[in-house]
Design a protein around this ligand. Structure first.
Ligand SMILES: Nc1ncnc2c1ncn2[C@@H]1O[C@H](COP(=O)(O)OP(=O)(O)OP(=O)(O)O)[C@@H](O)[C@H]1O
Length: 441
């Protein structure tokens, strides 16, 4: 009989190990993760019947995991384990979709009852495997249209795509869109946060390992590449990979083979690579932090995701969608935004992009007392950062500016809209600067 698989997210290792041992002795199969990032990877790679999650973790909290699972359309039930005094947070967790909560110290018999109640509940447990989420909306601005056009052109090919854009602009959404519009749409989409891979374990996370390959390798483990085989792997924050892992990744891409740590056998892989970064990779190459040969493998096609302030026409569309989501999650029924509030949203600089907008709308939806969000429900926004001509770096930036513009135009193959996006300036400014420096097109 297939064992019920349980994922434990707990950073108190002795307690986590004890819990895992107890679950295994009770006939379940259990995997222990100590960080939210590891739990996300596990949930993307395997199907679990139940997640047992602590609330406070070193890299986030249980609520973030719940929110992420919801965004991914994962309906795996979660039992939150909370200490005395955290009960109010546990209640918040229930609002965020947790199935149940259990106070620590955990009483094994009670835990077993809760797990059994969840497993035997007549919910759709035999549904097909989780699908990549598709609850994505599209902007109507010109910058967004250019991006969608590029996505639809590159999606059906095998080309590797490097997505550039500031944090929170929706790079992961763009990556999923590429996957969903590709012939691999019904295969796995595996998102890897390269920034959270530890230097020691990155190779084993990406390529897998055999039992005994190193002290903590207590069982064989599939890596992300094998999990993504015949689908798409999304390497987020790829600029954060250590130099050693860059070498291994390059080899895997060149040979289309991976070798799990501790194995003498290569495994053939067929994986579409989509990667993303919000750092200036060209600068990283110039400083010797990123391999140029790997960069060229990763960016057969460059896709630029514009910052929200350069797609002002989309602010109202996304704000309305985030309000719809917040109403559903928080069980509210706020109808919209007052004229003044809409204007404030439109004028803000949005350095945190769509993520910041979503958080602002959600918070406002929680606090709003009327049936629409008004100015008082919104935070006091800081003024937009200004370029300071007295700043020492300013002159240097000006000197480099012409070269940056020429590089961007070259990378955008002469497409000025795209070049302007890469430079994070608007098109009109780009035209002025092309004229000012006498750049030949
Ligand atoms: N097309 C979309 N439809 C709906 N929501 C979106 C869309 N794009 C982005 N979002 C929202 O914006 C948030 C940030 O998106 P995403 O995680 O894709 O950004 P990112 O650029 O990958 O961020 P980071 O650089 O920090 O990894 C998401 O959690 C989601 O709420």
């Amino acid at each position: 009989m297939k064992q019920t698989k349980i994922l434990i997210l707990e950073d108190d290792t002795p307690f986590g190990v004890m819990l895992r041992g107890w679950l295994e002795r009770s006939g379940y199969s259990a995997v222990l993760c100590c960080r939210v990032a590891d739990a996300r990877s596990e949930l993307q790679g395997s199907t679990y019947a139940v997640v047992l999650s602590d609330l406070r973790l070193p890299d986030g909290d249980g609520l973030e995991l719940l929110q992420w699972m919801r965004e991914q359309k994962m309906d795996t039930p979660v039992i939150v384990m909370s200490s005395y005094g955290e009960v109010s947070t546990a209640v918040a967790a229930m609002k965020f979709g947790a199935k149940d909560f259990l106070e620590k110290p955990v009483v094994p018999s009670l835990l077993k009852d809760k797990i059994e109640a969840i497993i035997s509940a007549p919910v759709a447990r035999d549904k097909p495997e989780k699908k990549p989420h598709t609850e994505s909306i599209s902007g109507k601005s010109i910058a967004a249209q250019v991006m969608y056009d590029h996505i639809l052109k590159v999606a059906p090919t095998r080309m590797s795509v490097l997505i550039l854009g500031e944090s929170g602009t929706g790079k992961e959404y763009a990556a999923r869109m590429i996957h969903n519009n590709s012939p691999r749409a019904d295969r796995a989409f595996v998102a890897v946060d390269c920034g959270s891979l530890s230097r020691e374990l990155a190779a084993s996370e990406l390529f897998g390992h055999l039992k005994g390959a190193f002290t903590t390798a207590i069982a064989d483990k599939k890596g992300f590449f094998e999990t993504a085989n015949s689908g798409t792997i999304f390497l987020d924050e790829v600029g954060n990979l250590s130099y050693e892992v860059q070498v291994q990744l390059l080899r895997a891409l060149q040979e289309r083979k991976i070798r799990p740590v501790g194995s003498a056998q290569n495994i053939e892989i067929d994986v579409r690579i989509v990667s993303a970064t919000n750092e200036n990779i060209e600068e990283a190459i110039a400083e010797g932090r990123f391999r140029e040969d790997l960069y060229h493998r990763l960016c057969e096609f460059t896709l630029s995701v514009p910052p929200l302030r350069e797609r002002k026409g989309d602010i109202a569309i996304f704000a309305a969608e985030f309000l719809r989501q917040a109403n559903r999650e928080l069980e509210r029924s706020i109808k919209g935004f007052s004229h003044e509030a809409s204007k404030m949203l439109e004028d803000h600089h949005w350095s945190g992009n769509l993520r910041e907008l979503r958080n602002v709308v959600r918070r406002a939806a929680l606090f709003a007392t009327g049936d629409e969000i008004c100015k008082a429900d919104l935070p006091t926004f800081a003024p937009a950062p200004r370029t300071n001509p007295t700043d020492d770096n300013y002159t240097l930036r000006r000197e480099n500016e012409q070269q940056h513009i020429e590089n961007a135009l070259y990378r955008a193959r002469g497409n000025k809209t795209l070049a302007a996006q890469l430079l994070k300036i608007d098109r009109k400014t780009l035209y002025n600067k092309i004229h000012q420096y006498g750049i030949k097109l």
